[in-house]
Design a protein around this ligand. Sequence first.
Ligand code: PMP
Length: 407
Amino acid sequence: MTVTETPLLAERMSWIEESPSSRVADRVRAFQAAGKPVLPLTIGEPDFDTPEHVKEAAIAAIRAGETKYTSATGTPALQTAIRARLARKTGQSYGPGEIALGGGAKQLIFLAFLATLDAGDEVIVPAPHWVSYPDMVALNGGRPVLVGAGADTGYKLTPGLLRGAVTDRTKWLVLNTPNNPTGAVYSRDELAGLAEVLREHSRISVLCDEIYDEINFGTEPVPSLVSVAPDLRERIFLANGVSKAYAMTGWRIGYAAGPATLCAAISTLQSQSSSCPSSISQAAAAAALDGDQSFITETVAVYAERRDLLVSGLAAIDGLRPVRPDGGFYVWTDASRLIGAITPGGRRIATDADLAEHFLETSGVVVITGESYGCPGHFRASFALDSETIRKAVSGLASAVSALRFA
Ligand code: PMP
């Protein structure tokens, strides 16, 4: 669809594409409709149910009549719960004016760009990156500057790479830790190295997307840039939410902490667009953040077992090099050695998309291509799935790969 064919739509709609995950979901539905079994390693949300006490809090809120608009910055109970959680995580005390609330971290990241980008402002996005950042930047008039961070740096941005990408138009650096899709977690030292470069450039702010920080396989909590470099606090926008940690993707609550001017601007945008996130979801989110945290410990133990199952299964397949994730629920896999191979039907695998199609056709296994994350030659496989499905998917991938010939 082009804008000239559809005069109704604004020009900006020609810059963005449907997200790769929805495209894949359509393909999966078509397969299922044709009666073919699929093993979707594409799942981007916890497969656990929301904890019982969280659901109860939502039901109690409905019964108590907490069913009206709230302030754009949320109910006092949620505000308090968010500030307490931020203090536990970062060691920083954020005031009420330094918090923003949204319909998911996704909306807050979008609004942060809307509130800050002028035409031509640059946003440094280390790749592999979450699919939405570049489109969000472009939609809001900015220019995404993708900086490839490969296997040699553990798929992480280094001070050298950052320094090389900064220009006098750089407004933001996006830092996603734990990273989607790679599962990479920046250590305190790595963050300190980046902070050194940021101190040389006082105009640059950092959007820290920490949505996966509770799904952490390390022995220490995932470090936050603001804890490592509290002197940069006024330039750090920390985005988080309850979606991943508490299996609450459908409740749509995200929160952020950052400079009061930016949080106020986001609240203004909220007040003119959505007013506020659902009052009922806010009650649920407050219960999640404030209540018993054993759900996190229990689910992370399950994720850890599945991670090992998927990583060891993929590592045993000749031609695949999976990266063991330190956080999140995805395994990022280097499949570049399979590019150029020939399928049993005589087709040449020229791209990640060809490879993904071969997996789907031969074994019903669905993965998301590395291209979608700005890093071809790879794919992302989720382990937010039961072990049995993971086992079947690994064996499907093994037979799909062994069916390939090399010219
Ligand atoms: N950031 C990243 C890296 C994500 O993977 C996601 C969800 N897929 C989000 C943000 C958005 O999460 P939320 O549900 O809070 O909008």
